[in-house]
Each structure stands twice: as C-alpha cells, then as structure tokens.
Design a protein around this ligand. Structure first.
Ligand code: C2E
Ligand code: MG
Ligand code: MG
Length: 688
C-alpha cells in the first residue's frame, strides 16, 4: 500500500514537472502569444500537489483505493512520458475520484497545448528560411531546423549564443543589434565548418508586455544565388565578352584610379590607343564572325605582349587601349614606350589564319602621357586618340606621340559647342519618337522621345555627340526644358487627334536632376500644357541614379509622388547593385541594347538578359529591352518573360505625325505588331 502511494506520488510529481516544462516550452515556441499557457502550467503543478493530499485520504479506504492508485500511477507515468492521447481512467467512486478527474482535465489541456506547440514547431521547421528567436540582448533562445541546417549546428549548440556570433568577422564588426532588430540587411554568416553564406537578415522585435517573452525574431535567407547572379551581371557588364579583356567602362574606371595614384606618387602614366587599319574590309570580306575571331586572337596576342605594369581594355569595335603605370616622371619615357608600341605593332603584323588563308593586318597606335599631355581620363584618351588618328593619316602601321596641334577634334568640339548655343534659338532641335511595344499583345503602349539636332550642312547630329557637350555647360538645362515642353505639346496633339499614346518617356541628364528648381519647373510645364504627370515617364541612367544616392532618392520620391513613372535606362552598364536600386521608386528597368544585341549568339549575354528580366520582374518592375532588331531577339525576349520591347524591328524613331498614324491604325485595326508575335515555326531570323 505504502509502495503504491509512493509510486503514485512520484509519478504525479513527474507528471506535474512535465506539464510545467511542456507548457513553458510551448509558450516560448508560441512566441509569447499564448499567455494563458503559463497559468495552465502553474495550475497543473498546484493541482498535482493537491492530488497527493487527496491520495492520502483515499489510502485510508482500502483495497479499491490501491487499485485506483495503481491505475492513476500508470496514467501519470504515461503522461509523464509525453503520451497525452489516452484518457485517465475514472472508475473510483470516492477517495481518488477527485484526483482522477483533476488529472483527466490536466491531461486534456496538456494535450491541447501540446498540439498547438507541435503545430507551430512544425510550421517553423518547415520554413526554408532560418529563424532565430532571441532575448532582447540577442541571446538565441530558439532556432528552427533550417537555421541548424544552414549553420551546421544542433539547436542546443546554438542556444545561449549571441546572434552576432553567427556572423562572419567583418559583418560582426558592422552589426548593431538594436538596428538589426528593426530592419532588413544583407550580411554574411559563417557556418560551423568555416564556410561563409551571404544572407538577407530581417529582424523584428517581439511586441509583448510580458518581460519574459520580450526579445527579437531574426529570419535569415540564403541569397547566394542572387549574389552570384549579381556578380555575373557585374562581370558581364565590365568585361568584353568576346575578348575577355576590360570593356570601355571598366578600362576608364581603372585608368581613373591609375591616374590618381600616379599623380599622388609622382609617377607618369602612358596611354597607348590602338586601332586596326582598314578593319572594315576584314568584316566586309570575311564576314563579322571572322572579324570577331581576329579581335579575339589580337586580344590574346596583346595580353601576352604586355609588360607586368600594363592594363589592356577594348574601347570599341577594333579599338584597344593599353595603360602603363609607375613610369619615372623626370625622364623622357618616349624611347621605351616607343619600343613597346613597335613590339605591339609587330604582334599585330603576324599572319592571322582566316578561312584557311593567311591574312596580314596592321594597326595604328597613338600615345599620350599623364601628367605631360593631360591629367584626367577624358583628356588623356582624347589626346591619345588624336595621336592615333595622326598615325593613321600617316599611312597606318605606325605610332605617334601626342602633340597639342593634333587636337583638331577638340577644335571641332569647340565649334560645335558654340553652334549648339544657337541651336535652340534657331529651332534646330527636333524630337523623334520610338514606339514601345507590349510583348503580350503586340500593341504600342508608349514611346520614347529621342532628341536630334538638325544642323544645317551637317544633317542630323545624334544626341551621343551633342548631349555631352551640352552637359559641359548649363545648356543642357535649357535643352532639357525644351524637350519637356515639346513632349507635352506633342502629347496634347496626339490625344487631340484621338491617338492613345500610352506613356511617353523622356531622357533626363544628371545635371537636370541636380538643378535646384527642377521639380518646380516640371510642375509648371505640366500645368501650362494641362498634361498629367502620369502620362509621362522619366528615364534616368543607372550611373546618374547612383551619383548621389541620398539626394537622388529624395528627388525621385518627390517626382514619383507627383505621379511620374520612373525608369532606369541602360541597365547593366553601371556599377549599382540591385539591392541598392530597390530603394528608389523605380517602376521600369530598361536593359541596355549592348546586351540585347547578341542574345541569340552569345550565351553569356543571354544568361545576363534572362537574369535581369527575372530579377526585374521579381521586384515587380516592367522590364523593357532596348535595341531589338531581329525576330530571334524578340523571340528570346518573349520566351523569357520580358514585358516590353523597343527597337528597329518596330521601325526607326519617327516624327510625331508618323507615331499618330501608327496609333490611329492601332485603334482601328488592332495591334500593329501582333504578326511578329506569331512567327511561323522555323521562321528565319530577319533583321528589320
Ligand atoms: P537611350 O535612352 O538608351 O536611347 C536608345 C538609343 O538607342 C537611341 O539612340 C535610339 O535611337 C537607339 N536605338 C533604338 N532602337 C535601336 C536598335 O534597334 N538598334 C540600335 N543599334 N539602336 C537603337 P539615340 O537616339 O542616338 O540616343 C542616344 C542616347 O542619347 C539615348 O540613349 C539617351 O541617353 C540620350 N538622349 C536622347 N534624347 C535625349 C534627351 O532628350 N535628353 C537627354 N538628356 N538625353 C537624351
Ligand atoms: Mg532612354
Ligand atoms: Mg537606353
């Protein structure tokens, strides 16, 4: 009898302890949202304690009590082992009946809270993201299965560690717990075996008045794939895919750093500008593929001939540049650099094997020094270019050092600049519109306004030649305002004639955006013409966007609040990261035409374009591909979910009248480009 009572008593205490522990861990797992569970746990413990007193009373009533006590012991042991499924038997008439009922009530409650707890645990453990629950000072109190898997630790090894201790050393130095608990950031964690994983870490505070449940929740998502894609985008954006050397942008970037270093340390830098002679003939005679092969071989030869202090880049088509740093400033470097130029020309002069024939080619090289000839990238390249032009004028296959009188091009620029000043007064600027076509329907859903300068005696001068000049002075501000006015007037005209122009986009220069009164001016133009800002879209290049992010963000938010739609132009050519772009209120991503151009033939660019489309769409943006010239490019873009396209396949940029005619045709007979969206199977690639 006393043994049965002892068994019952210890089973009941084990039961009470299990109940309290299970309920407490349930409430932790429920993240403080179930305050009712703790009273239940305490109630359980008290009821169990009370049960012992009742049992003492029952002990006096003999044999039946002994049976009841044994049955209760079994129930309590079962429950103590976490088996809450079977009800407690309640066959006592007196004595232990009260205890049996109390225990049955507890079992039922315990079962319910365990179901809640298990459910939440399984939800957390099914999540693909790592979840950590911490105390207010960042000590981990709970971690889900994904967290353990990501880090390679068991949950018990994580408990008690500071959340910051999971981060890689550099990331840890930048980590601020208070800040991290209320934002989302990119950081790097270190796993048990020393591997680093880039993650997006979202923190939030647990809002509860009960101090024991206060703390933070951190959700870490592995962003390795996105980072890899971003790196790939950056690589493809900085290196020429054909020759694998730095492209123009990257070369200029490196040259800029080299010049600054040289100027600081008192060393000279030489820039060699190489252009193949009559390369057009190679392309015309053997085709572009063969031309490309020549450039590939040439880049390999140049790379091999480079001294260790040289950097090579491909500036355009058949133009390469070579920069040599660390040259002594006080000596004349012309002799050794002249020898290098000769060695390079000899490399070029070795036979190329083209279609089983030996072909001999030559090049011209222009050389300029920093600081002697120029102290900045733009001037240095321009001067080396002028020297190269001089070498070419002398028959090619030679090199020339820059001399100030060679700079006829600079003189021409000056003349052009002074003429540009009068272009506005003389009404020499015109706008051309390039339709934007929606890929799902083949409909024209907007157009981009592109500026032209009709200089009498020179024909149409493209913006690439005069916008940079206008940007050097404040002229771009007047030109920009003229464009905005013109576009608003044209928009009214299109609407008045019954055209549905969709959204008209115009290009914005960095200087315009920086103009203090830019927003005011925009507002007044819209008011004057009675055009809603929602009818327009501003295209801002990626480089402009990243120039002064804080100010730009403020400005863009104001423009966006006005109702203007904003887009990133020439995406892929800048240095921004997608996460940096996310902060701007941008609705459209325009993929630069240099990437679209050879999606069909260059798998690197195809991957890049596909990645940009995917990323843009995952950020909820409209993705526009520029420079679409062929059916195969169009098919590729359609297959990969691009939203809109523009390019020669749909016609050259045209006058407002032609755009209106196109829109009217669309209103009466439907989407003008739908035939391009249903190419016959096996249709040939036909450039427009
Ligand atoms: P963007 O904004 O990237 O404009 C697209 C350029 O690609 C235009 O050159 C357009 O004519 C050209 N293009 C269109 N379709 C094709 C195609 O199928 N193949 C090829 N190869 N090219 C195509 P455009 O008109 O010479 O303009 C050059 C750049 O000048 C523009 O690049 C834009 O950044 C700038 N720009 C044009 N108008 C303005 C303006 O009003 N203000 C400012 N600030 N910049 C402007
Ligand atoms: Mg544009
Ligand atoms: Mg563009």
């Amino acid at each position: 009898m006393s043994r049965a009572l002892k068994n019952l008593s210890s089973a009941l205490w084990a039961f009470a302890a299990t109940f309290a522990a299970a309920a407490l861990s349930a409430s932790v797992a429920l993240w403080g949202h179930w305050p009712g569970i703790v009273p239940v746990a305490l109630g359980g413990a008290v009821a169990a304690g009370g049960g012992v007193i009742v049992a003492v009373r029952a002990w006096r009533s003999g044999r039946t009590v002994q049976q009841a006590a044994e049955s209760l012991t079994r129930s309590a042991q079962r429950i103590g082992q976490g088996d809450y499924a079977r009800p407690v038997e309640t066959y006592s008439q007196d004595g232990l009946a009260e205890l049996e009922q109390a225990m049955e009530r507890m079992r039922a409650r315990l079962r319910q809270s365990t179901i809640n707890k298990d459910y939440l645990r399984s939800v957390l453990n099914s999540m693909a993201d790592a979840v950590f629950l911490t105390s207010p000072d960042g000590v981990i109190k709970s971690a889900n299965a994904a967290a353990c898997k990501m880090l390679g630790f068991g949950e018990e090894e994580l408990l008690g560690r500071g959340i910051a201790s999971l981060l890689e050393e550099h990331a840890r130095a930048d980590f601020d717990l208070l800040q991290a608990a209320q934002d989302t950031r990119e950081t790097v964690i270190r796993t048990r075996d020393g591997q680093t994983i880039p993650v997006s870490l979202a923190g939030s505070r647990i809002e509860t008045d009960d101090p024991q449940f206060q703390g933070n929740i951190f959700v870490a998502r592995n962003i390795t794939d996105r980072k890899r894609a971003e790196r790939r985008i950056r690589y493809l954006a900085r290196y020429d895919t054909l020759t694998k050397v730095a492209n123009r942008m990257q070369f200029q970037h490196v040259l800029q750093q080299t010049l600054s270093r040289g100027l600081r340390s008192g060393h000279a830098v030489a820039l060699l500008y190489l252009d193949m002679d009559r390369f057009k003939e190679v392309n015309d005679t053997f085709g572009h593929d063969t031309g490309d092969r020549v450039l590939e071989v040439l880049a390999e030869r140049l790379t091999r001939a480079l001294p260790p202090n040289a950097i090579l880049g491909r500036l355009a088509g058949d133009e390469f540049a070579l920069c040599l740093h660390g040259l002594p400033a006080e000596t004349d470097n012309r002799v050794p650099i002249g020898q290098l130029a000769r060695a390079i020309l000899n490399e070029v002069a070795r036979a190329f094997q083209l279609n089983q024939q030996e072909v001999f080619l030559t090049a011209s090289v222009g050389i300029a020094f920093c600081p002697r000839d120029a102290e900045n990238v733009i001037d240095l390249i321009r001067n080396a270019d002028a020297a190269m032009y001089h070498a070419k004028q002398n028959g090619g296959n030679t090199f020339a050092f820059y001399a100030p009188e060679m700079n006829a091009a600079a003189v021409e620029r000056l003349i052009l600049k002074s003429k540009l000043r009068r272009a506005l007064e003389r009404d020499e600027l015109v706008i051309r519109y390039q339709p934007k076509v929606e890929l799902a329907s083949g409909r024209v859903v907007g157009a981009e306004a592109l500026l032209r300068w009709r200089l009498p005696g020179h024909g149409d001068i493209p913006p690439s030649r005069f916008i940079p000049l206008a940007e050097e002075t404040n002229l771009i501000l007047d030109i920009g305002e003229w464009v905005l006015n013109r576009v608003c007037m044209d928009y009214r005209q299109l609407k008045g004639a019954g055209g549905e122009p969709g959204r008209i986009s115009l290009n914005l220069s960095l200087r315009q955006l920086r103009q203090a009164s830019f927003i005011l001016r925009c507002r007044s133009v819209f008011r004057r013409h009675g055009v809603s800002p929602t009818a327009l879209e501003l295209e801002i290049t990626e480089t402009t966007l990243m120039a002064d992010t804080k100010n730009t963000l403020r400005l863009l938010e104001e423009l966006y609040a006005m109702g203007l739609h904003l887009s990133i132009d020439d995406f892929g050519t800048g240095y921004s990261s997608l996460s940096a772009l996310q902060q701007f209120p941008i609705g459209t991503l325009k993929i630069d035409q240099s990437f679209v151009r050879d999606v069909g033939v260059n798998t690197g660019n195809a991957t890049l374009v596909r990645t940009i489309i995917e990323m843009g769409r995952s950020l909820g943006m409209v993705v526009v591909a520029e420079g679409v010239e062929s059916q195969s490019q169009l098919d590729f873009l359609r297959r990969n979910g691009c939203t809109q396209v523009q390019g020669r396949l749909f016609g050259e940029p045209c006058a407002i009248e032609e755009l209106l005619a196109l829109l009217q045709r669309q209103s009466s007979s439907g989407a003008p480009f739908s035939h391009l969206l249903h190419p016959a199977p096996g249709a040939l690639d036909q450039p427009a």
